[in-house]
Design a protein around this ligand. Structure first.
Ligand code: ZN
Length: 217
């Protein structure tokens, strides 16, 4: 099942870029850019992935989200919460903690160099849809003090809207945010259809990511 996103948020970010703290070669995330993208598109996607590599697991972004959402804003695909078995884990206090648990799992996987692959596929559609993330195709499962991860990230990017001629850093950050949003769909997080308001964790997390942990709703 694919969850389609028609989104246009915060174009102001593109005018007002927020520089990432550092650029470095990939040391964390694993990804695979599947065939069908142009060379320019591939280079552009790699720039966005470098920002994800740099920011995704930064504590301050998650903290920023919880400052805004508190314990609300959770909406999951069916079965996602029960599959996580997080209800039995006393270190976590409820459904709002699922994202915290998932990011902790991903962080520990990085340390073991086992970060699940982010598969990126091209799609072409003359519409506002920018990306599509398969819903709930990766699970983080709690086993007491241990955990396991099943599946991988699967994301389609609409070439119709990938504007590789815009070389401003803000454009790369914007697309990094789009990929992160779809990664959260992959982890089972949802918002109501076409609702990109701050009512939902997934939307707020994306904005906190875009603002590098300094988002104010
Ligand atoms: Zn979405």
């Amino acid at each position: 099942m694919h969850y389609s996103d028609q989104r246009s948020i915060l174009p102001v970010i593109i005018q007002n870029p927020l520089l990432p703290t550092r650029y470095s070669s990939f040391h964390q995330i694993n990804y695979e850019i599947h065939s069908g993208f142009t060379l320019d598109e591939e280079t552009f996607i790699q720039k966005a992935l470098a920002i994800i590599d740099n920011r995704l697991l930064d504590e301050k972004i998650l903290q920023n989200m919880y400052q805004i959402c508190g314990t609300s804003g959770c909406l999951f695909a069916p079965g996602v919460w029960s599959r996580s078995k997080l209800a039995k884990n006393k270190e976590y206090s409820g459904i709002h903690d699922l994202l915290r648990f998932q990011l902790m799992c991903l962080k520990l996987e990085i340390e073991e160099n086992r970060f699940p692959v982010i598969h990126l596929y091209p799609t072409y559609e003359k519409s506002d849809t920018q990306a599509e993330g398969k819903l709930g195709c990766i699970s983080c499962i709690s086993h007491g003090s241990k955990f396991s991860i099943e599946g991988a990230f699967h994301i389609k990017l609409n070439q119709h809207n990938l504007d590789t001629t815009n070389e401003q850093i803000g454009n790369s950050i914007y697309w990094a945010g789009t990929i992160v949003h779809e990664m959260l769909h992959n982890l089972g997080h949802k918002h109501q259809i076409n609702d990109y308001t701050d009512q939902w964790q997934i939307n707020v997390f994306e904005k906190c990511f875009l603002y590098n942990g300094n988002y104010v709703s």
